[in-house]
Design a protein around this ligand. Structure first.
Ligand SMILES: [Zn+2]
Length: 462
C-alpha cells in the first residue's frame, strides 16, 4: 500500500490549470439519504471491464477491474465503493496511484490531478476470497458462495463485494465481464455471451474464459458473475438473444415447474412490450441456481437470477423489472415502489392474461383485507422510513394498488400512455416518485394528488 495522500495533493495543486482553481477530493457518497456512502462524487463511469478468475473449490477470486470515467470536477483524489478482497495494485492512466481503504470506501490518489471534463482509466487488481454481506433487513447479498460456485447479486449494496464501483443507480455504465473458471464449471454474466475460450492452466486445472458484453447502460447493483454447474439453453426468446442457465440440481427436482415457468417467457415479454414500450435490451434469459440460503430472486439486468426454480409469476415479475428498475432506475433508494410496485402490478397483469384474477379483482381483494393487516399497509410505499424496510410487503402491494387505482381513474388508454411515456422519457436513466406523479397528471390532465396521497403516503390501510 502506498500512502500517497500528501504527495497527490501537492501534485494536484501543481497541475491546476488556472490560478485559483483548486483540485479537490471527490465526495465519498452521492448523498442518498438511505446509503450516504453509496456512490461517489466527482466523476461519471462510462464502462466497467471486469476480468475475473474464480476457483469454486477454494472460493478465491483473482481479478482486475478496468473502469473508464470522466471527471465532473477538478479531482485531486476520488473514491470507489469496494468491500472486496485484498488489493494488489491500482493505476490511473497507466501510472501507479496511491490508495487506502476506509470502510466501504477505496480512496484513489492519482499521481496527478484529473481536470474536470477529462476522461481517465482506473485499473484495480485484487485477489482473495470475496464475501457476502448482510443487509439492514437481515438478507444476504454480494458474492454468496454456493455448493458449486457463487450466487452473485448486489441490491442494494452487494456489488462492491466483488468489484470496485460507483455503487449508486444514478451512475450507469456498459459492462464487459469475463470470468475464467475450471473446465466443467459454467460462468454467467449480463448481456451477450461473446465467447468461451480455453485459457491457460491454473492450479492444475484446465481453465475456460467466459466473456460477456452488456452494452446498454447498467446500474452496478444489477451486475452478476454467477458461477456453478449449469445446463445452458441459448434458444432466442421473443426475437432476442437469450441465455437460460439452470442448475441441474433444480432441474432434477423441479423439472415440470421449470418447464411451466419459462415456457411462456416470449408471451410475457410480448405482452409487456405492447403495454410498456419496447423491451429495453438486446438480451434476455435467466439464471436458476440452487441457493436456498438466499431466499429471493433479483432482476439482474438482461438475465434475472433465481435462488431456485421460480414460479411463472416470479418470472413475469423479474421480466417486468427490465423496464421498471433496470432501464428506468431509481434516483434514490427510498423510491423503491417505482421498482417493486410496478413489477408487482405487471405480475398481476400477466396473471390476468394467463386466465387468473384481473388487476381490478386484485385491488378489490386487497381492499377487502382488514386494516389490522398492517404488514400489507405499513410502511406506506412512498414513504419508507429506514433501509431495513426497503423491501417491505407494503412497498410491493401498496405500490401495485396505486398503479391499479391510477388505471381505473384515468382509463386504459391514458394509463398505458403514461407507462410508455415513462419508459421512453427515462430509458437507461433515473427518475423519482415526483417525476411519476407529474407525468401522470400531465398525461391525464387531472389533479391526482389525492390518489397518490391515499395509496402511497398515508399511513395504514389506503
Ligand atoms: Zn421485484
Amino acid at each position: 500500500m502506498v500512502a500517497a495522500s500528501a504527495l497527490a495533493s501537492v501534485l494536484a495543486a501543481a497541475s491546476a490549470p488556472a490560478a485559483g482553481a483548486a483540485f479537490e477530493p471527490g465526495a465519498a457518497g452521492v448523498g442518498d439519504p438511505f446509503f450516504p456512502r453509496a456512490g461517489n462524487g466527482g466523476y461519471d463511469v462510462s464502462h466497467y471491464g471486469l476480468d475475473l478468475i474464480y476457483f469454486p473449490n477454494l472460493g478465491r477470486l483473482n481479478a482486475t477491474a478496468t473502469i473508464r470515467a470522466t471527471a465532473t470536477q477538478d479531482l485531486s483524489s476520488f473514491d470507489l465503493d469496494y468491500r472486496g478482497p485484498r488489493i494488489t495494485d491500482v493505476t490511473v492512466g497507466g501510472e501507479a496511484a496511491g490508495y487506502s481503504r476506509r470502510g466501504q470506501e477505496l480512496v484513489v490518489e492519482p499521481a496527478a490531478g484529473i481536470p474536470n471534463g477529462s476522461s481517465f482509466e482506473v485499473v484495480v487488481a485484487y485477489r482473495g476470497p470475496p464475501h457476502e454481506i448482510t443487509d439492514a433487513d437481515g438478507s444476504i447479498e454480494g458474492w454468496v458462495r454456493t455448493d458449486d460456485g457463487a450466487f452473485v447479486v448486489g441490491e442494494p449494496q452487494g456489488s462492491p463485494t466483488w468489484f470496485p464501483c460507483n455503487d449508486h443507480p444514478t451512475d450507469k455504465a456498459s459492462f464487459a465481464t469475463s470470468i475464467t473458471v475450471p473446465r466443467g464449471t459454467e460462468a454467467i454474466a449480463n448481456g451477450a455471451l461473446r465467447g468461451r475460450i480455453q485459457s491457460r492452466r491454473r492450479r492444475g486445472n484446465e481453465m475456460v474464459r467466459w466473456s460477456y458484453v452488456a452494452q446498454e447502460p447498467m446500474a452496478s447493483y444489477l451486475a452478476t458473475a454467477t458461477v456453478g454447474q449449469f445446463d445452458i439453453d441459448r434458444t432466442p426468446v421473443a426475437g432476442l438473444g437469450s441465455l437460460v442457465a439452470i442448475d441441474p440440481l433444480e432441474q432434477g427436482r423441479r423439472e415440470r415447474r421449470l418447464r411451466r415457468s419459462f415456457q411462456r417467457s416470449d408471451e410475457i415479454i410480448g405482452l409487456f412490450a405492447g403495454l410498456f414500450g419496447p423491451y429495453p435490451f438486446t438480451q434476455t434469459g435467466a439464471i436458476v441456481d440452487h441457493a436456498p440460503q438466499v431466499g429471493y430472486a433479483l432482476e439482474t439486468q438482461t438475465r434475472p437470477i433465481y435462488d431456485g426454480a421460480p414460479s411463472q409469476t416470479t418470472v413475469a415479475h423479474e421480466l417486468a423489472h427490465q423496464w421498471f428498475g433496470d432501464s428506468v432506475s431509481l434516483a434514490r433508494w427510498q423510491d423503491m415502489w417505482l421498482n417493486e410496485g410496478f413489477a408487482t402490478w405487471a405480475q398481476w397483469r400477466w396473471g390476468e392474461e394467463a386466465g387468473g384474477l384481473t388487476t381490478a379483482q386484485r385491488l378489490a381483494s386487497l381492499q377487502a383485507q382488514p386494516a389490522s393487516r398492517t404488514d400489507l399497509w405499513d410502511p406506506p410505499a412512498g414513504a419508507i422510513p429506514t433501509p431495513a424496510e426497503l423491501f417491505s410487503n407494503s412497498v410491493y402491494t401498496r405500490g401495485a394498488m396505486a398503479l391499479e387505482a391510477l388505471r381505473q381513474r384515468v382509463g386504459n388508454a391514458t394509463f398505458y400512455d403514461i407507462l410508455r411515456a415513462w419508459t421512453a422519457a427515462h430509458a437507461y436513466a433515473n427518475a423519482t416518485t415526483a417525476d411519476f406523479i407529474a407525468l401522470s397528471e400531465s398525461q391525464s390532465g387531472r389533479q391526482l394528488d389525492e390518489l397518490f396521497q391515499r395509496y402511497l403516503f398515508k399511513p395504514g390501510k389506503p
